[in-house]
Design a protein around this ligand. Sequence first.
Ligand SMILES: Cc1cc2nc3c(=O)[nH]c(=O)nc-3n(C[C@H](O)[C@H](O)[C@H](O)COP(=O)(O)OP(=O)(O)OC[C@H]3O[C@@H](n4cnc5c(N)ncnc54)[C@H](O)[C@@H]3O)c2cc1C
Ligand SMILES: Cc1cc2nc3c(=O)[nH]c(=O)nc-3n(C[C@H](O)[C@H](O)[C@H](O)COP(=O)(O)O)c2cc1C
Length: 767
Amino acid sequence: MKVACIGAGPAGLYFAISMKLRDPAHEIEIFERNAPGVTFGWGVVFSDQTVENLQANDPKSAEVIASEFAHWDDIDVHIRGECITSSGHGFIGIGRKRLLEILQDRARELGVTLQFNAECDPTDPKWRDYDLVIASDGANSRFRDANPEAFGVDIDVRKNKFVWLGTSRVFDAFTFAFEETEHGWIWAHAYRFAPDCSTFIVECSEETWRRYGFDTMEQAESIAACENLFAKYLDGHSLQSNASHLVGSAAWLNFRRIKCDRWSSGNVILLGDAAHTAHFSIGSGTKLALEDAIKLADVLNRPGLSLEAAMDEYVAERNLEVLKLQNSARNSTEWFETLERYLHFEPLQFAYSLLTRSQRISHENLRLRDREWLEGVERWFWKRATDGKSNKTAPPMFAPFKMREMEVANRITVSPMAMYSAVDGVPNDFHLVHLGERALGGAGLLFTEMTCVSPEGRISPGCTGMWNDEHVAAWKRIVDFVHANSTAKICLQLGHSGAKGSTRLGWEGNDVPLDEGNWPVMSAGDVAWSPVNQVPRPMTRADMDIVRDQFVAAVRMGIECGFDMVELHAAHGYLLSSFITPLQNNRTDEYGGSLENRLRYPLEVFAAMRAAWPSDRPMSVRISATDWAGENGITPKDAVEIGEAFAREGADLIDVSAGQTWAEQQPVYGRMFQTPFSDRIRNEGRLATMAVGNIYEPDHANSILAAGRADLVALARPHLIDPMWTLRAAAQLDYRDIHIPPQYLNGMSQLARNLKREAEAAAALRV
Ligand SMILES: Cc1cc2nc3c(=O)[nH]c(=O)nc-3n(C[C@H](O)[C@H](O)[C@H](O)COP(=O)(O)OP(=O)(O)OC[C@H]3O[C@@H](n4cnc5c(N)ncnc54)[C@H](O)[C@@H]3O)c2cc1C
Ligand SMILES: Cc1cc2nc3c(=O)[nH]c(=O)nc-3n(C[C@H](O)[C@H](O)[C@H](O)COP(=O)(O)O)c2cc1C
């Protein structure tokens, strides 16, 4: 094969090497615009896994690279005069220049032709003479941008400004240094990549960058200003740029996240940064480029594989890797872009939040890396959770949490779940066993399902209610059981179905109207939930008074039953949610239009409930923090305002759900997918929040809590199958100080023993 590689970066060089290793008969030419030795940037970081991949592909170059690696284990986070050091992170770094030299030597040795000072023009007809043209020309690829439609290029220019500098100051640890200036926060990511050299990337928000005047400074002035700012970390060493071919402030960049729908067109194939980028804060761009190169060489040399099939396999496999990394990279990028949100944290929690920002590193992961440090975080968490009374070193999920005079024994909640099993709104033996069993299972807090304040406020004929004495007696029986047999607290979730009412039992068709016996529905506006649902009647002021009073009456009944807490359900498109979301609320009076207007009635209901509910008991509100409809619906930014508005009316907790407010929603599912909304409301609004949504492992819960992304963690579906989720987690994490129903003590100790034995056997196998 006759192949041209555009660009002698890691991707182009390593692809050429990998091709020659597989078939020395290939004719490979690399064209590089720069002179040899001229490149941007300083060091790059690798993981052990990448090193293994290089070793398997070309042991010879891998050995040279490995012999020159700088290793380090610690991460230092400097903030507000403190340095938080954690260990066990195991990084490996090498200078970019040195890496390229090693790869150039190896490529030459294998017979690759290298041409430097050779600027390539994608329109040059000579490219037609090659079987393949590998566009390994980096993030600003001319070969990709000459034909963006063919590749389906998607570029997201990120908000922060950064400059990639170097210094002779040698950092023993991977160092994050955050500095507060009169113009805002500015920080450095620094790490050693050679015995006498470190990378020093400076980053800040665009606003800080402008306020500082970096936009008008010459490069030398910019560097001098950075030296000044970070003088205490540089120890008299200077900062240097090797982007001298870039003039003035151009050395400062905005990171560009690139992805492409297609990676080949005609004889051109994208490789490395030309096809995709990953934010420098997770340091994986070079890894991706090298692994792309291995895979592409692999499929191109596999006997019997057509070019088309080779490309399909290359793109399918590499794209999946890229998407996974870009996902983590996005979390990490956003963490730095929303840094302000976390600056009120104490330094230890700030460092924890930084370390877990991409969600690739979890609580247990940190325990494996540095047990002592992690236990320090746990002690800190318990101390804060108990006003300094406890010195316990234990997982955060088992720490108590106090709202008003109610204290929950731990942070795990059974999320509200409709069971569609009541008759005339009356909870029965099913509900007693269902909620009773989950109370015995160890969760600190149980929510009832959405309990409706009137017959016509039900979603289905099977929904529970709270509008008459029979309901009070039936609920009291359940509440009494929970209180008598567990330490769990129980919260009554009250709601009204609005336009989503008069539908079948959940398992007979979600949101599908009844075959017969439908009742008229009302809502904020006259928007039907879907074409098959009834068109609701927009509420009149008289309707509003009636429904508000029904909520208040239900709260009073809740007091009679002995509930510990009440939640107003203002999420998921039901009546109160239909006021909040602009997708359902088409009113033109003072209850429609602006967010302030749309919140007016839900807040009125909440305030009336709060007035009726004892002041020593807490109340929460469940909201949908996004309509999953972009700017057309509720956005996470609006959700902060919504949370704040309810908090002003006395909400002690914002139960942060999302969506179900619009039939055409476009949710983005994944592990802990709604937690970022809780994080934002908690840390921008400084409110107590509960996170929910695909949280299913104890490790998820502990990571969320320790990172300050929520105060409580709710699990719904995991509790359907495993009522004992919390006790099982306690056994798994070897935590004993939890209420275990005495009848179950034997089972619990046996489970703990078996889990311990299994863990020891698994550890022995690993050794
Ligand atoms: C601040 C910062 C820090 C980073 N830190 C890390 C890290 O720690 N770890 C990590 O793995 N990655 C890191 N990266 C990413 C890493 O630098 C890239 O992902 C990696 O270099 C991609 O390799 P590549 O070969 O695809 O592209 P590049 O390295 O960009 O190489 C492209 C080459 O093509 C040449 N070229 C471009 N156009 C033409 C043309 N028309 N004609 C001829 N030649 C051309 C360029 O001169 C260049 O040499 C970082 C990036 C930045 C910006
Ligand atoms: C069967 C079922 C019924 C539900 N009923 C309610 C409800 O009555 N009120 C409510 O606010 N959320 C309800 N939800 C939503 C859950 O409380 C929770 O937010 C959602 O399932 C996501 O959490 P998970 O991923 O842990 O299941 C229900 C969920 C399920 C699975």
